[in-house]
Write a protein that binds this ligand. Structure first.
Ligand SMILES: [Zn+2]
Length: 93
């Protein structure tokens, strides 16, 4: 028996053999950005999520500032690339 992994577009359900192919499809087809911008967006989203978790665990001026900075960077990126109203892929949570 063999096991085969597939990657599924979060927006339309199309199947891909490679994660990079799926991300390129999602970026170009559903968000109209390059694959590198898509990965940057995902990285900023995850960084902001982690910074929020840190504030929840240890709230102090340093963690609050890091969270605010991460959120600002994410929102600035989304505004620059017209992503603000599209929403993040659900598998980023
Ligand atoms: Zn799709």
């Amino acid at each position: 028996m063999k096991i085969r992994s597939v990657y599924i577009c979060d927006a339309c359900g199309r199947f891909f053999d490679q994660a990079s192919e799926c991300e390129e499809h999602e970026a170009a087809t559903h968000y109209s950005i390059s694959a590198s911008s898509y990965l940057k967006w995902k990285q900023l989203f995850i960084s902001a999520s982690h910074a929020g978790t840190h504030v929840g665990v240890r709230r102090n001026p340093e963690t609050v500032k890091a969270f605010e900075d991460a959120i600002k960077e994410l929102l600035d990126f989304e505004e620059k690339h017209c992503l603000s109203e599209l929403g993040h892929p659900s598998n980023w949570y």
